[in-house]
Design a protein around this ligand. Structure first.
Ligand code: NAD
Length: 282
């Protein structure tokens, strides 16, 4: 390609993000000129509401595109010229591509989880899936599950309004019989009836230790997918392994969302297996 690729990550407190290393290393391997910069709202002293200005500044100053993370994925969606179907349904964007003077928003968290599940849980039953967490990650996971053919998704979150909004949005798109809010206190019964469980709350991160799913709810013929990847081995994954469950960690979703963003930014197909190996070494 004639031009260097210049990408930025917008978010708050993004110092620990592994995205710059993942993208730049793969570009090096492919012989591409590629710079991935952090645009941290905390360092820039900008509130999340100014994300539209920052996106426009990046466009005007020649950025190829942007990744967006907490807390701007939803706010930014309103400031873009066009949204992909996934991003429009979710109302959330994690990747922006500037093309022909326009900004186009995508959601590669959704496509990233879909590929993660298809490779890491190949042939697993998807008839009944329980999803814990209806935030940004949970919404992307729900879209991915329904897109790859899950029969029904039952959503649980401490925030009932948030759950209802997600169920409404995705139900309108995929069919109201395919996604429902779980009953209060009904997690154990829902898991008993389910083929698999996806955990998409921050529980299990270093700042939020513990597990949102009592280990007693797990059994060997239940698969368990984790979205948290700081750390990769959460208390839930450890309990699931101990219970004999088939498990999928959050690392694959993180890598595949980067794979899909990289392809959008460069037009070049990255080597996903090499990126997975690189991520494992970070
Ligand atoms: P968020 O704040 O948008 O949503 C979290 C949701 O979890 C909230 O709705 C909250 O009410 C709910 N919740 C919290 N504790 C709960 C509990 N005990 N039971 C039920 N619901 C509970 O956060 P997010 O952006 O969705 O991120 C969630 C996690 O996913 C984070 O750890 C983040 O790092 C991770 N994540 C991973 C990837 C990846 O690629 N692997 C991508 C995005 C986010």
């Amino acid at each position: 390609p004639p031009d260097a690729t210049l990408v930025g990550l917008i978010g708050a407190g993004i110092g620990p993000s592994l995205s710059p290393a993942m993208h730049e290393r793969e570009a090096d391997e492919l012989g591409l000129r590629y710079q991935y910069r952090r645009l941290d709202l905390l360092d820039l002293d900008l509130p999340p509401e100014r994300v539209g200005d920052l996106v426009e500044a990046a466009r005007l100053t020649g950025y190829t595109g942007l990744n967006l993370t907490h807390p701007v994925k939803q706010i930014a969606a309103a400031h873009l010229d066009t949204l992909s179907e996934e991003a429009a349904v979710l109302g959330a964007v994690n990747t922006v591509l500037f093309t022909g003077g326009k900004s186009v928003g995508y959601n590669t968290d959704a496509s990233g989880f879909a590929r993660s599940a298809m490779t890491g849980l190949a042939d697993a039953a998807l008839d009944r899936v329980v999803l814990l967490g209806a935030g940004g990650a949970g919404a992307a996971v729900a879209h991915a599950l329904l897109g790859i053919g899950a029969g029904t998704v039952r959503v649980f979150d401490l925030d009932a309004d948030r759950t209802a909004r997600l169920v409404d949005r995705l139900g309108a798109h995929f069919g109201r019989d395919r996604i429902r809010a779980g009953a209060t206190g009904g997690l154990e019964a829902a898991i008993r009836d389910a083929d698999g469980l996806v955990h998409a709350t921050p529980t299990g991160m270093r700042e939020h230790p513990g597990t949102a799913v009592p280990p007693a709810f797990l059994r060997p013929d239940l698969w368990v997918a984790e979205v948290v990847y700081f750390p990769l081995e959460t208390a839930l994954l450890a309990a699931a392994r101990a219970a004999g469950c088939r498990v999928l960690d959050g690392g694959r979703m993180a890598v595949y969302q980067a794979v899909d963003s990289f392809r959008l930014f460069t037009g070049v197909e990255p080597d996903a297996d090499r990126m997975l190996r690189h991520f494992d070494g970070l």
